[in-house]
Design a binder for this molecule. Sequence first.
Ligand code: F0G
Length: 365
Amino acid sequence: AHVWQGVINEYRDRLPVTDSTEVITMGEGGTPLIRARALSELTGNTVWLKFEGMNPTGSFKDRGMTMAITKAKEEGAEAVVCASTGNTSASAAAYAKQAGLTCAVLVPEGRIAMGKLSQAVAHGADILQVDGNFDNCLEVARKLSESYPVFLVNSVNPHRIEGQKTGAFEVVDTLGDAPDYHLLPVGNAGNITAYWKGYQEYARPYDSATAGQLPAASTKLPVLWGFQAEGAAPLVLGHPVTEPETIATAIRIGNPASWDTAIAARDESGGLIGSVSDDEILAAHRWLSAQEGVFVEPGSAAGVAGLLQKHAAGEAPTGATIVITVTGHGLKDPQWAVKAAELEDPSLVEPKRVPFDVVAVAAAL
Ligand code: F0G
């Protein structure tokens, strides 16, 4: 049986490493592509969920972090820094520990999901809560890395994008070709940039004139649909949002660093970047838990919210193969799952009490 070696070893020939590179990996990638039966039936498509919560620290960030930390180590770094709404800091803290580097994380005031903060604490990162939002944190982290001997591991670091493009490779390797559509949440816009890069590289036909060009692994390119939260939708509005607001704290970002490449991914793929309301996000989050058995954090459900919204508006395709990246694990931020279940039916969150007796248990069921 093949044992998964992490994204760098699995896709070594398509990533910026050499034989002498010491690979810092926690076995990330190789995440499940799960058939979304209820969504498929509802929309008349074949819908798959790329469940990135199954990465070592519970989000897609690990794909980029293995690459960023590997390169930081190779280039002699002793310390790394990132700004984060939570998942990047969890990932950076864990991979820095693997590499023997120190890690500083800048997080916005309040509203970091408890699961994510716990990870950074547990892995011993220096956590600084900045009096401001994510965009402010990123500005400080960038300046810090320009003036001090500390490597920036946010997705403005191109190695992050390199690692994250492997998500697209895995989809093609699993399905045998790219899907017709690929949907995903958009925050700082690194991931939509990375998926587009990955799909393009995998679709590019072999060209003997271009040295080092690898054979194509897919024949088509998907249409990319990205979704931002309505209160944090600068790419939809066409200008930065100074006070982004959404319950989906992972994507509460007003001025995405990868703005231009996200717009390029949208336009070159013939796709769109839309917005979904907090209610739509929570409904999609609930749908994933209650209909598909897939437990994600709220921000991760934005792509599914987008499909449900477009379907309701009669603007979704039919008969298409659709992949939706669900970006982070539900255990990161479980309070929303409980709240949503409670709203639907308060008895869902109250366990029935029964005596220590099989007949009573059977009767209760
Ligand atoms: N989904 C989750 C769960 C995220 O944590 C993020 C980003 C996104 C989607 C959006 O991805 O930024 O590449 O467009 N989280 C970053 C962080 C900002 O700090 O953890 P993006």
